[in-house]
Structure formats: structure tokens, C-alpha cells
Write a protein that binds this ligand. Structure first.
Ligand code: DGL
Length: 282
């Protein structure tokens, strides 16, 4: 309305409240990296549930319990929006979280599906994700609702997250290359031209995946697409931040020795001091 837009001009839409982001571990930092690049003025509070990673093999009931605690913790700050930077939580329980909250809560499934439909030419889209994400059927449902003529070929890749969390994601590493070939060659044989990286850990595997899938397959980074949707949502709510460089505050439920070394590989910028949180209290 008029009042809103007047305020917006006067205050330059200075909604400096932070954005909350969470994932099971460090993977969601790939989405934070994207938020930082397209929304450099935003303040971000990130929570990585490192004491309970990985989420990808767990049941829906446990995922809902964990996700509620993660949301509850982030809501203890005055956040203006929340990004579920986890394919597993987004595909299994996002509607529950949205129903329980008055806050804009975004996930990674819908933005990734939208992008995949925009880029596919032969209407054959692949999905790689955790076992729980694939089992949920959320990507197939979302794509079917947008375009009934698209075939989705999904493959669970349960070994990817532990390998990435152990820095075994580089081209030339024979462990990741062997595992990736086993997962991806059947997808390649299906003739897909687009592949959704349906887990926020997977952008680190981009080169390994691209090497196997070849130049004719377009990779869709779900966290990056979600970051764009977050920008649109904040703009719609007149709640983008002002003109000062935003900061990141990092929380984890278990700070292990390698956290400090691993986090910058996901974030691609120096990482601030990580703070520990007892997630059982939420
Ligand atoms: N990075 C998360 C995802 O996007 C979770 C991976 C896991 O904890 O298994 O699915």
C-alpha cells in the first residue's frame, strides 16, 4: 500500500532483521554462499545440525521432530524469513513447517523444479538426492503439477553426503569418482538433459558430476535456485535489507575439529567463529 511504499522510500527498505537458514550439516552453506552473492546486504543466521547429520536416511517422523527444533531455535532470533536449505527436510516436511509458522518459510524443492522445467528441452529430468528425499516423491509431484509431460528419473545417492562432509568431492579422487559413476551412469543412460542436484551438499560435486554426465546435461543447483526465490519473496514483502554489508552468524549443534576447515569449502569465504547450541533444548 501507499504507507508501505512511503516507508520503504524513507527507510530504503531497511529491514535489518536476519534471515534464518538451516541444514543438517554444512551443505546449506552452499545456499548461504548464493544468498551472499545476490543479497550482500542481508544478515544471515545459519544453523547446521552437525550433531545429527546426516538426515538423508531418516524417517519422516524423525525429520519432522528435528526440523521443528531447528525452526524453533532460529525463531529465537527475530528473523524475517527462513530458508530450509536442506533437500531432505524440504521434500518431506516443508508444508508442516509452513503451516505451523506465520513466517515466510521457503524450501529448495519448488525452485529447483521450476528451473529444471525452464531448461529441459527433451522433457527428461533427472534427480539426485538423499534416500529420504527420493522416497518422498516431492520432486515428481511438484514437476507433475507444473507440467504433466515431463518424465522424472530419480536416484538416491546415500554415500554422497558423508563423502562430501569428509572433503572427498574432488575430480581425481578415485573414491568419489567410483561412487559417482555407479550412481550416475544409469541416469545418463536414461537420456536426461537436465539434472537436479537435490541436496545442498551436491554443489561441491558439480565438477565430478559434470565430468560423468557430459556437456549436454544441465545441472540445477537447488540451493542457488532457492536463494533467488528468497530474494523475490523478500522483495515482495518489502523486506530487503539496506546498504550495509551484511554478516553471517554460524551456529552448530556439535563443533568438531574439522568444522573450521570444512565450512569455508562450502561457503567460499572466511568463516566467522562458530557458536555451539544445544539443540535438545528447543
Ligand atoms: N544437505 C541436506 C539435503 O539437502 C541433507 C543431507 C543429509 O543430511 O543427509 O538433503
Amino acid at each position: 500500500g501507499l504507507v508501505g511504499s512511503e516507508m520503504c522510500i524513507r527507510d530504503r527498505c531497511m529491514d535489518e532483521r536476519p534471515i534464518g537458514v538451516f541444514d543438517s550439516g554444512l551443505g546449506g552453506l552452499t545456499a548461504v554462499r548464493e544468498i551472499r552473492s545476490i543479497l550482500p546486504f542481508e544478515n544471515i543466521i545459519y544453523f547446521g545440525d552437525t550433531s545429527r547429520v546426516p538426515y538423508g536416511g531418516r524417517s519422516r517422523e524423525i525429520l519432522l521432530k528435528y526440523a521443528r527444533q531447528d525452526v524453533h531455535f532460529l525463531r529465537s532470533f527475530d528473523i524475517k524469513a527462513l530458508l530450509v536449505a536442506c533437500g531432505t527436510v524440504s521434500s518431506n516436511v516443508l508444508p508442516d513447517l509452513q503451516r505451523e509458522s506465520d513466517l515466510p518459510i521457503l524450501g529448495v524443492v519448488e525452485p529447483a523444479c521450476r528451473k529444471a522445467l525452464a531448461v529441459t528441452r527433451n522433457k527428461r529430468v533427472g534427480l539426485i538426492a538423499t534416500a529420504a528425499s527420493v522416497r518422498s516423491g516431492a520432486y515428481e509431484r511438484t514437476i507433475a503439477a507444473m507440467d504433466g509431460g515431463v518424465t522424472v528419473v530419480a536416484r538416491a545417492c546415500p554415500l554422497f553426503v558423508p563423502l562430501v562432509e569428509n572433503s572427498r568431492y574432488r575430480v581425481g579422487d578415485c573414491v568419489i569418482e567410483t561412487v559417482a559413476r555407479e550412481y550416475l551412469e544409469p541416469l545418463k543412460a536414461e537420456g536426461i538433459d537436465t539434472l537436479i542436484l537435490g541436496c545442498t551438499h551436491y554443489p561441491l560435486l558439480e565438477e565430478v558430476v559434470a565430468k560423468i554426465m557430459g556437456p549436454d546435461v544441465t545441472l540445477v543447483d537447488s540451493g542457488a535456485q532457492a536463494a533467488r526465490q528468497l530474494r523475490d519473496s523478500l522483495a515482495r514483502h518489502d523486506s530487503l535489507c539496506g546498504e550495509r554489508q551484511g554478516g553471517i552468524t554460524l551456529y552448530a549443534s556439535d563443533i568438531t575439529g574439522d568444522f573450521g576447515a570444512l565450512a569455508p569449502q562450502f561457503l567460499r569465504e572466511p568463516v566467522p567463529q562458530v557458536l555451539e547450541v544445544d539443540i535438545d533444548k528447543y
